[in-house]
Design a protein around this ligand. Structure first.
Ligand SMILES: [Zn+2]
Length: 183
């Protein structure tokens, strides 16, 4: 029975492809709701306007955050001018000479890297919070017409990251993250 279940699971999530990204999504200490968003985003299953239009919905495909480019995952979460302000701030905190991401694969590669200044788990924590808040703000614009400057989102992300680190201070490696994040 156990063998059979494992085969079914492998059919749904092939091992080789899962191995590639699972560690950066379901890492130890992840915030469940943020990891879930990251998982959906990784599969490119978020209902962005480009995807909604591809299903036949008669809507504008323009990005909710900048109104200039088609709203697909990589634009909305990585290359939109609104998102770029937030990523620049996050990357400066973690690695002063880092460059921005052009596509999802570049983000995944960055998340899998590990340096003393920016350990992999801290990178994941920051990326999860950023992706979560960007999607939340996109929905805020779409459903509530609430426009908030990126600087306010940055404050929310910063607070979230600090709270997450504090809440996990019994895990040895999280103890080092606050000075790395707050420098
Ligand atoms: Zn945009």
């Amino acid at each position: 029975m156990r063998m059979r279940r494992r085969k079914v699971e492998e059919g749904i999530r092939p091992r080789e492809s899962t191995k590639d990204w699972a560690k950066v999504i379901w890492y130890k200490g992840a915030v469940p709701k943020q990891a879930f968003h990251m998982w959906i985003a990784n599969y490119d299953r978020m209902p962005t306007r480009v995807r909604l239009a591809s299903w036949g919905m008669l809507i504008s495909t323009h990005c909710c955050l900048c109104s200039q480019f088609p709203e697909d995952r990589d634009h909305l979460l990585l290359t939109c001018e609104y998102s770029v302000v937030i990523w620049k701030w996050a990357l400066l905190r973690l690695r002063p000479s880092g460059r921005l991401f052009c596509n999802w694969q570049e983000l995944l590669s960055w998340l899998k890297s590990d340096t003393l200044q920016a350990p992999a788990t801290l990178r994941c924590l920051v990326a999860h919070a950023t992706i979560y808040h960007l999607w939340k703000q996109r929905n805020n614009v779409l459903f509530n017409s609430t426009h908030i400057p990126p600087e306010s989102i940055i404050k929310c992300i910063d607070r979230d990251i600090r709270n997450t680190i504090h809440a996990r201070n019994r895990r040895k490696r999280f103890l080092n993250y606050l000075p790395l994040w707050s420098h």
